[in-house]
Design a protein around this ligand. Structure first.
Ligand code: ZN
Ligand code: ZN
Length: 356
């Protein structure tokens, strides 16, 4: 077994490195900058070049980070390691590991649907594929993002006509920028929460083209707010920061909006089905394209997915993760509104508190 799970996370003993470790380790290979994958405090980091600004924004600009272009290969103690686009967020990568003729690929989080903020998912041939399964149930089938953005635009226009500020909740790393590049920026001004604006800067520094945005903080902007779209992390829901906009209509961009009742439970006016994870057909397509016989399922609906794959002739098993069975495991960045353990946006709120 070239990759095994240990108490610290997914480990390559021949190469002596971890992939997305759960604790700080000497050498961490990171699939992407989301908090449940990129942990603070590792001695050395290796990640895809496209995600360099995000890694430094999240983990500190002075981290010891080596970055590789997609497809570029290096040897770590004789193990060949390379990154390949995962299509999940900017800089997200599948990690390909090869030794003694055996090829393993750890997918990290991935999606198949097109996203202008990052390179599209690229299937990589391997013998052993470690796949996520955040939305690994047949009920999850995403609508075309183009159609979803049409709905968002329509909702924004309706709110303008009613003199209401449109507030859309979207995870601050990835989803928020995807919303920004997907909507019709010509409809009105766009303001962002501090946590989103910080990451917007990292995206722009990485060369991603986005519409003009402004931090929604100052009173003199007040007149523009009525016609505006405000992009905020889910944790801003119910916050003091949100009150300054006066009358608002709220929307939520997440794959979970597919489930009946989620919108009502989240107490938002509109749900927009937009996910940065593969849906059920996407997962199956990706798994098939690897040509792998051995599939290890992690994150989310692991038992259901594993069972199904075994009926299809794969050798599938659940890959134990630290948070198995807990909410945080089920696509933390999608369920941050449920999982208070996710730290990122508490920072954003602290920032907002001081700006008030
Ligand atoms: Zn992620
Ligand atoms: Zn994740």
């Amino acid at each position: 077994m070239l990759l095994t799970t240990t108490a610290q996370g997914l480990y390559c003993s021949v190469g002596d490195f971890y992939i997305d470790p759960w604790v700080s380790v000497p050498k961490a290979v990171i699939t992407h900058a989301h908090g449940d994958h990129a942990r603070w405090g590792c001695k050395k980091y290796l990640a895809a070049k496209d995600g360099e600004h995000l890694m430094r924004t999240r983990l500190g600009k002075d981290i010891d980070l080596q970055s590789l272009r997609y497809g570029e290969q290096i040897a770590i103690n004789g193990v060949r390691v390379s990154f390949h686009p995962a299509g999940h967020v900017l800089g997200s990568a599948q990690v390909r590991v090869e030794h003694g003729g055996h090829v393993w690929v750890a997918s990290g989080d991935y999606k198949i649907h097109r996203d202008p903020t990052c390179k599209p998912f690229e299937p990589v041939k391997c013998h052993h594929f470690i796949t996520e399964s955040t939305f690994g149930m047949p009920i999850y089938r995403w609508p075309e993002p183009r159609e979803v953005f049409k709905e968002v635009n329509q909702w924004w226009l309706e709110n303008q006509a009613e003199d209401r500020t449109s507030v859309i909740f979207a995870y601050s790393l990835g989803k928020a920028q995807r919303v920004l590049t997907g909507i019709d920026a010509g409809l009105g001004p766009i303001f962002c929460h501090g946590a989103v604006e910080t990451l917007n800067a990292a995206y722009r520094a990485s060369g991603v083209t986005m519409p003009e945005t402004e931090y929604a903080g100052r009173g003199e902007q007040r007149k523009a707010w009525k016609r505006a779209l405000v992009v905020a992390p889910p944790s801003a829901q119910g916050s003091v920061w949100l009150r300054k906009f006066g009358e608002i209509s709220t929307g939520f961009a997440s794959g979970w909006m597919m489930i009946r009742g989620t919108r009502r439970r989240k107490a938002v006016d509109r749900g927009f089905v937009l996910s940065d994870h593969a849906d059920w057909p996407g997962l199956l397509e990706a798994i098939k394209a690897t040509g792998a016989e051995n599939i290890y399922v992690t994150h989310g609906y692991t038992a259901q997915m594993t069972q199904w794959l075994n009926t299809q002739g794969y050798q599938a098993q659940v890959l134990q993760t630290r948070f198995t069975g807990e909410r945080l495991d089920a696509g933390a960045e999608e369920s941050e509104d449920l999982a208070t353990e996710v730290t990122e946006d508490t920072e954003g709120e602290a920032e907002v508190g001081s700006a008030e």
